[in-house]
Design a protein around this ligand. Structure first.
Ligand code: PLP
Length: 400
């Protein structure tokens, strides 16, 4: 079957909740993917940063195959021999005392919000069911009813109410707004250190540090959603580390399993995560031995291949080179590590057509919102490959 045939079947039988580029991928290897018609592309999306380690990384693949031949699912009703080691290695890598594994990012976000509420009632002594959590405009934390309840994107919300109460939203990047929004009932401040889906929005310097101070002073938990920014993407293990900040709770997902499997986790210390008691929260698949084995291998690759430093070095180079492109369409190039956004002018006619033109040149990037092209290749990319892509990007950014 060819590209058009696959697309026709997908459009007929699948819900249309995405608007993908018309490329049907059948195989991937490192930074490259191949379509059913034999064309080769540089992947500049990395499945929204889930494939930081590159497609089908041989070491993660080997861990998957080995574990799949032994035992894949026990449920948490029994213990397995992978989960303890996953906990320990994740703690050693991240510096958090404990973690709680889930599957999708949205589930880990829900988990973090639940534990923040429990902390508010048990530790801070907020009156029961009065806890408030402060969130930011332009956020993206997933697609569940609760996570869209504090979205400010009409498309994500309009037809999906009523919404979960208990959330307050303040402008992103404004620490004073957070300070003003805090009440005696505030359990947590919950935000992304850089807003990926929001269009690679980098807050003003010092913002995270200030937010952390405000939280500490007011006995409020600081929860960072690092599902997209974490595990090396921005040139630090966690984006909050650019400001020397260690949030009370950090949520991770995406690259935690290198694209092989949905694995997410909430990271925190005993005084917070230790509050969960048996039966209060769980997931049939969360922490299963296959997930744990894959995630252990995926974390090891990040360390062994020095992907964090690689993202820092190559990201700086990529941003520098993109910034030098002179184009009537480009408003701003911004990025941290290999989380890069090229914002187009209002008159550029939207980012979509540029992404389609890039596709024709063998580069897969995706528009985020109307006017931002995100460049987030796997962190295993090298300088030669960036240099290969630049002339095409330059040409596309200069089209009519
Ligand atoms: C992708 C993402 C999520 C949701 O993760 P899913 O695995 O799609 O549920 C949450 N927060 C951020 C910042 C993300 O980028």
């Amino acid at each position: 079957m060819n590209t058009q045939e696959y697309i026709q079947i997908e459009e007929q039988y699948g819900a249309h909740n995405y608007h993908p580029l018309d490329v049907v991928i059948t195989r991937g290897d490192g930074v490259w993917v191949y379509d059913v018609d034999g064309r080769k592309y540089l992947d500049c999306l990395s499945a929204y940063s889930a494939v930081n380690q590159g497609h089908v990384h041989p070491k993660i693949l080997a861990a998957l195959v080995e574990q799949a031949g032994k035992i894949t699912l026990t449920s948490r009703a029994f213990r397995n021999d992978q989960l303890p080691l996953f906990y320990k290695e994740l703690s050693e890598l991240t510096g958090y005392e404990m973690s709680l594994p889930m599957n999708s990012g949205a589930e880990a976000v829900e988990t973090a919000l639940k534990i923040a509420r429990k902390w508010a009632y048990q530790v801070k002594k907020v009156p029961r069911h009065q806890a408030e959590i402060i969130t930011c405009t332009g956020n993206f934390h997933g697609r569940t009813i609760t996570t869209i309840s504090f979205s400010t994107e009409p498309l994500y919300r309009d037809d999906f109410g009523p919404f979960t109460p208990g959330f307050v939203t303040v402008p992103y990047g404004d620490a004073n707004a957070i300070a003003k929004a805090i009440t005696p009932n505030t359990a947590a401040v919950f935000l992304e250190p850089i807003q990926g889906e929001g269009g690679v929005i980098i807050p003003p310097k010092g913002y995270l540090k200030k937010v952390a101070e405000i939280c500490k002073k007011n006995n409020v938990l600081f929860i960072a959603d690092e599902i997209q920014t974490g595990l090396g993407r921005t040139g630090k293990l966690f984006a909050a580390q650019h400001e020397g900040v260690r949030p009370d709770v950090t949520v991770i997902g995406k690259a935690l399993a290198g694209g092989f499997y949905p694995v997410s986790a909430v990271l925190s210390d005993k005084e917070v995560l230790g509050l969960f008691t048996p039966g209060e929260h769980g997931s049939t698949f969360g922490g299963n031995p296959l997930a744990a084995a894959i995630a252990r291998a995926a974390l090891k690759v990040i360390v062994e291949e020095n992907l964090v430093q690689r993202a820092a070095d190559l990201g700086e180079y990529f941003v520098e080179q993109l910034s030098e492109i002179s184009s009537p369409h480009v408003k701003e190039v911004r990025g941290k590590g290999l989380l890069i956004g090229v914002e187009l002018n209002e008159k550029a006619g939207g980012a979509r057509r540029f992404c389609e033109a890039l596709q024709n040149k063998g580069i897969l990037a995706k528009e985020t919102h109307e006017r931002v092209i995100r460049f987030t290749p796997p962190l295993v990319i090298d300088k030669e490959t960036i240099d290969w892509a630049l002339p095409s990007i330059r040409e596309v950014l200069n089209m009519e």
